[in-house]
Design a protein around this ligand. Sequence first.
Ligand SMILES: [Zn+2]
Ligand SMILES: [Zn+2]
Length: 768
Amino acid sequence: MARSGGTEGPSPQLPSLFDHLPPWEEDDRAEALTAKVVFPDGPPGDFDYLVPPELASRLQPGQRVRVPLGKGNRLVVGYCVEATIQPVGQRVLKPIRQLVDERPLLSPAMLRLTRWMADYYLCDWAAVLDTVLPAGVRHRAGLRLTTFWAPNTEALAKLDLATLPPKQRSILQILRDANEPLTAPQLQKLAKCSGGPIAALQRKGLLVGRAVRIRRQDIVLPPEPRQPNLPLNPDQQKALDAICQVLHSGQHRTILLYGVTGSGKTEVYIQAIQEVLRFGRQAIVLVPEISLTPQTLQRFRTRFDSVAVLHSHLTDAERHWQWEQIASGRVQVVIGARSAVFAPTPHLGMIILDEEHESSFKQQQTPRYHAREVALQRAAAESVPLVLGSATPSLESWLKAQQGQYLLIQLPRRINDRPLPPVSTIDLRTENSGKKATAITRPLYAAMRETLQEGGQIILLLNRRGYSTHIQCPACGYVLKCPHCDIALTHHRTEQIALCHYCDHHEPAPSACPQCEFPGILYRGLGTQRLEVEVRSRFPGVPCVRMDTDSMQARGAHVRALEAFRTGRVRILLGTQMIAKGLDFPEVTLVGVVNADTALHLPDFRAGERTFQLVAQVAGRTGRGPKGGRVLVQTFTPDHPVIQAAIQHDYPRFAQTELSLREAFGYPPFCRMIRLVVRGPHPQPTAEFANLLAERIREQLTGVDPPARVLGPAPAPFAKLRGLYRYHIQLQSPDGEQLRKAVRKASEKVETPENIQWIADVDPVEML
Ligand SMILES: [Zn+2]
Ligand SMILES: [Zn+2]
């Protein structure tokens, strides 16, 4: 039941004549048109308002409204999410004052989707609406109020034109000739005059103005020459046929397209979208932000007339413009990262989510949604197919495909029958023993030299930023840590700083131990900066570029670096996971994984899955051209089942082993999980509140069927971040709704102390 926005007292909007009469008292069943409103910058929950008669015909759910709120009747903007005729009984409802939007910003279908998100992800509906609608759309960015002027025919009829000065007469003549309203700057130009005569005409009431919001600039991309379809091999054709069959059924179905790296998934997507367009519908293609490269976009732009790209570098005005283009139905294909799942396509025909295993599809702030889950909801509600594509599917999707919930389509071979590259391991335990350890071992060095001699290109993966990953004193064991986070500082040599990767705290890199003043403090652990220094000194004169979040901060740096590599100007590309994904460079004949174990031992049940994905994906970057390719993986644990499966390109075997482990331990995808993180500035009260919260949740979950598990509270693996101590609680159950109910109930029963915050992360992908 919605709270009433007006229960605090009689509304000052009522005529004073009726002040002594409580409204509606004579008939409790009196009905009125009411609107449910939610507030992004107000109290949580929804509130009922009265729709005044003059707005009744114009108000629609999905519009924003300005309404009085609270005791002071402060005017606040909220979203109207529902309009109904209902008995208002004795409730005194305040009236809506004003409509903010002329048309709804959200369709009824999108309203239902956002409602579902609020329920599923345990957050406020208004917060979801603010996420779904880009800021540029909410603020109507790029739309400037411009006044167009026309002659006031009524006033002019009563006037002898000859009495007007010549310039003013000529302006009126220009407007008559133009036969359409013009702006003041346009008039000045045409009449070759200053603003004076126009202002004079305005003062005399001889011009009438109409204010219109217009775009500051239209963003027009030059058309690309059209490219024909590529021929499909039998596997691709089978995949396309299966997708089209689902499409023609007019029903929702989720398809998992499991295709090895280089198997030509994109061509299948493109031809499936062509089928979608034949029905006058639109398609949404979601890709990780990092894959929104010029080549990807070029590929779509040369095959379709109108492609909208939603990426994070758009200005608010550009985003607003794109949004309007999409909503008008003029766009055939929308390509974008996570949030493009909310693109307002009027006739959605299909959603494609490429690299569906990517954790970047999960948003790490409220609402903590996963684009895959939202896409599934949206596709089901609009009865259209959802295609999930990956060479290393998430175990969640793989299990559903195995159980028959998703349709599994495989592309087991690379296009043109190119083989997957051979992968071999280099055992770091033996290679690095007894000698001064280097990032590049002897066999990797030899392979690199050979590759360069043969004119090939090299990719080196090291998933750690910085120069040294920690700074430690050999005398007293002291490790330099961030004062705000419980995390070792990373040495960044270019800037000569010790940097925290979580809060950006930095301090000068010390030469002596800050604790015991021992002068020989050691910089340990290998990061990409140090790898770059080593590569440059061992391969002098060979052009090399480093790609990680430090070197790629400038806008367009990413694109420039890849372009330099594509054209062959750069021979060695080294970097973090940024370089592991989606790149397609036929001249890359060697991939080196500098340390495959960086993610393997993290306290996260997905550590094995992440390691497999990373190694398999980066291995897929080679052997894409006629020259073939090979992969060398340096590791301390060459016999680890995850490494073994990765070097044999054996995803099904990896999945089988990993799924049986997950099942044995009761981890996702065999259960649903909610992770609660409690944060506070002091450890003791934070821990106490975490205990209380866990206690309340345990009460809710005692004796439930199926049984649920509550783990913790325990200090989070990152026990302190940005000055706040962190405790986490994990809830697990086969029934996710049961967990949500428990969290909702418990949150009603606990009072969160002033400076403590807690968040609920439904289906978490981040466990640190
Ligand atoms: Zn020391
Ligand atoms: Zn920090």
